[in-house]
Design a protein around this ligand. Structure first.
Ligand code: NI
Ligand code: MN
Length: 229
């Protein structure tokens, strides 16, 4: 069975049954709540980046260079990474899916900012997204940084585990994350993108109460691992 590990903020890793190691939104070294450094995370096969903001992308290029992992991101972010010396990139874009050796990945819409950290020229500004992964038969949706979107309803039936921001201020807050759950109908919701800094302080237990019986809320601490089953 595949496993999901939370590293704090919006950074997760997945290890599939066949041992493929995936990191989503790598932010370790400057992440005030990370459980590991970008060295300690070890070997990585795929890096998925939902968007180019520092807190989702800062360690992507160095991690891809160190491990030889394939960086999967919007075409603009992948193009920027190539200019920075990343050898293995897989450009995608919103609405597109691809069958990787470990499973299927689809890039989903997100409503947020598009700046790419490290691109001093602004050439590679792009639209942000999220990812719907299907690993070992389980649907995992990392929403990225986003507002509540009515289009989330189109994910219904495909998501077992939804990783949803609840921090408010920069993204959806707890109330809109509950509304997102009503559209998506996942089995499990993992709250993310909260309690990293003061403006996104939230009480995950209050979120769990607010969710009621709509879905099981798994509150993960940095370093926690859960089975994706
Ligand atoms: Ni962002
Ligand atoms: Mn963010």
């Amino acid at each position: 069975m595949a496993k999901l590990t939370f590293h704090g903020h919006a950074t997760f890793s997945i290890e599939t049954e066949d041992g493929t190691r995936i990191v989503i939104d790598p932010w370790f070294d400057e992440n005030p709540v990370s459980d590991v450094t970008s060295e300690e995370v070890g070997e990585v096969d795929y890096i998925f980046c939902t968007h180019g903001h520092t807190d989702h992308f800062e360690d992507a290029i160095p991690l891809a260079k160190r491990t030889g992992a394939t960086l999967v991101a919007s075409a603009e972010i992948a193009g920027f990474a190539e200019t920075q010396g990343v050898e293995n990139v897989h450009p995608m874009h919103i609405g597109g899916a691809f069958q990787f050796p470990f499973g299927r990945a689809k890039m989903t819409p997100a409503l947020h900012g598009g700046q790419v950290h490290g691109d001093e020229t602004g050439t590679f500004t792009t639209v942000p997204g999220g990812f719907l992964l299907n690993v070992d038969g389980v649907g995992v949706y990392h929403a990225g940084d986003t507002a509540l979107l009515g289009d989330m309803r189109f994910l219904e039936g495909q998501v077992d585990f939804a990783l949803l921001p609840i921090g408010d201020n920069f993204t959806m807050g707890p109330d809109d994350a509950v509304r997102a759950t009503e559209l998506i109908h996942p089995r499990v919701v993992v709250p993310m993108h909260f309690n990293t800094w003061e403006p996104i302080a939230q009480d995950p237990e209050a979120f769990r109460k607010m969710m009621g019986d709509r879905a099981r809320v798994e509150v993960m601490e940095p370093g926690d691992t859960i089975p994706l089953g």
